[in-house]
Design a protein around this ligand. Structure first.
Ligand SMILES: Nc1nc2c(ncn2[C@@H]2O[C@H](COP(=O)(O)OP(=O)(O)OP(=O)(O)O)[C@@H](O)[C@H]2O)c(=O)[nH]1
Ligand SMILES: [Mg+2]
Length: 507
């Protein structure tokens, strides 16, 4: 009664449709019963139709094989970062549910960056203890004519007198190294030593043996380590826990406490002019390295720091092995489809000059598409696995082997020329592309010319080595940029679905 009175006073009574649907004002009780019965019948029919449509959709979906996509590219090319973009599109809630985990990884990334600086300071203090690096074997197209100052050909660490103030900073920051260990324990809570779910692996793309003890965290993706971490965190339930985020800000053993206490010193260290000069002399471009957050220290070391989606996407966790990710994705106005996206670890055991890991080939068989990531900023860097191999050259060799692989002759290849943001920053800082890629000659040292040149190189290989003519799909990407990557993945989804429909009609 109350409801109808209220509704009568609502302005939508003026709506002609509402007036037409309203029962007649002189409706008798038997008319009303008949009307309600008719409405019930109509609803039943409508529900039955909906159910039929649903069943039809399910049946159609069952008939459709899953769309399978394999992400390939050298280590640190951005494969896992691309997966995170897929997750954000299709499972944003699940993505946020892993917040505590990513917060720990980000903290670990920060401690690693600081450790690199502290190690550089120690190396600078040491006298005469350094040995020179193995030099890269010159290659006609991707090697410098003269050896510029770069990580490939790093000089001995310079003797560098540290001011008393810097010495004090260094001492005050030493607790951070324990934080690193604590975070590692947290991230590999129950793994037996012979099959670690996360482990420290040496970072070898740093320019000098002094830095070889700097570790990078990696993950054997198949071992369910995320589950173990989340369980560990769930075991720590306190009143102080922020229930919506799953982060316990008042946990005294939270590494965030020490990070917060060291915050001011870390900021001072990173902004110190002498430290910057030292890093430059040691050819250490931390901005170019994976998991770089030093420009956001104040925010990231805040006591109540909660990572943003952008922070999570930037977090660096090296992959080992192959992980299958399942998504339900919709392309355009087509029906949703099951997608299986495979993320592989790109680091290879380079014996001799092998171009790609045999470990990837078993996944080539029935892929709908391959997304191949080639970072463009890395023309002056070497592989972490082998500091005699130029990264850009390695990407090109890898691309060649994928394009001509017989099992992939009918697979769509989609090229992401990635890390465009870092390429732009590097060129703006004055690094000369032609010093590394000799064939580039005296063309302009700007992003448009260089990216266009590289697209042509990759495109030429695609044309020459494909078994039969196929379309060259290429995107310039910065996969840490969520907005542009969202658009690109929309296009890629559309393309892959259309191609897989075409192929299934051909069969
Ligand atoms: N600035 C910037 N950073 C990027 C971009 N793509 C990836 N990264 C960063 O580079 C690092 C390595 O990226 P990952 O996605 O872990 O690389 P991966 O190919 O999965 O590497 P592996 O697991 O070792 O095979 C991460 O810290 C990313 O945040 C990019 O386009 N721009
Ligand atoms: Mg990875």
């Amino acid at each position: 009664m109350v409801t109808s009175r209220v509704r009568r006073s609502m302005p939508d009574d003026d709506d002609p449709l509402t007036r037409a649907m309203a029962p007649p004002p002189d409706e008798t009780p038997s008319d009303r019963e008949a009307r309600l019965q008719a409405e019930q019948e109509a609803k039943k029919r409508s529900d039955a139709i909906d159910e039929e449509i649903n069943q039809q959709r399910l049946a159609e979906k069952k008939e459709q094989p899953p769309v399978k996509v394999l992400l390939l590219g050298q280590s640190e090319s951005g494969k896992t970062t691309t997966i995170k973009n897929f997750q954000l599109i299709s499972q944003p809630k699940a993505f946020r549910a892993e917040l505590p985990l990513w917060r720990a990884i980000i903290q670990l990334n920060v401690t690693r960056s600081v450790r690199i600086i502290l190690d550089a300071m120690s190396a600078a203090q040491a006298t005469g203890s350094s040995t020179s690096l193995a030099s890269a074997s010159p290659l006609s197209d991707y090697s410098p004519t003269s050896r510029p100052s770069s990580p490939l050909y790093a000089p001995e660490p310079h003797k560098f007198p540290l001011t008393p103030e810097l010495m004090k900073l260094k001492m005050r920051l030493s607790p951070l190294m324990q934080v690193e260990e604590a975070l590692m324990r947290r991230l590999s809570p129950s793994s037996p030593p012979e099959s670690p779910s996360t482990h420290l692996s040496p970072v070898t793309n740093l320019p000098h043996p002094h830095f070889q003890r700097t570790k990078e965290v990696s993950v054997y993706s198949s071992l369910g380590w995320k589950g173990a971490f989340v369980k560990l965190m769930a075991g720590i339930t306190r009143n102080s826990m922020d229930s919506s985020q799953g982060i316990d800000f008042d946990d005294p053993s939270d590494p965030g406490v020490i990070l917060h206490n060291c915050s001011e010193d870390m900021i001072k260290l990173w902004n110190d002019r002498d430290v910057r000069r030292l890093l430059e002399k040691q050819n250490l471009r931390l901005e170019d390295m994976s998991g770089f957050y030093l420009d956001s220290l104040e925010r990231i070391t805040a006591r109540k720091y909660v990572p943003t989606n952008e922070d999570i996407v930037k977090a660096r966790l090296k992959t080992i092995g192959v992980t299958e990710h399942r998504f339900i994705l919709k392309a355009g106005n087509m029906l949703s489809r099951d997608w299986r996206v495979f993320d592989v670890g790109g680091a290879r055991n380079l014996r001799g000059r092998r171009t790609f890991s045999a470990a990837w080939a078993p996944y080539f068989d029935d892929m709908s598409a391959i997304i191949f990531l080639a970072p463009l900023n890395c023309f002056d860097q070497t592989l972490a696995e082998d500091n005699t191999v130029n990264r850009l050259e390695d990407s090109i060799l890898l691309w060649r082997s994928i394009v001509k692989h017989p099992l992939l002759k009918n697979t769509e290849l989609i090229l992401f020329l990635n890390k465009c943001d870092l390429l732009k920053a590097k060129l703006e800082s004055g690094v000369q592309f032609a010093q590394w890629v000799v064939s580039y000659g005296d063309r302009p040292n700007d992003f448009e010319s260089i990216s266009g040149y590289m697209k042509k190189k990759f495109g030429m290989i695609h044309k020459q080595l494909s078994d039969h003519p196929r379309t060259f799909y290429c995107h310039f990407t910065s996969v840490t940029d969520l907005t542009s990557t969202f658009q690109i993945l929309e296009n890629v989804k559309d393309l892959i679905i259309r191609q897989s429909l075409n192929n299934s009609h051909l069969v």
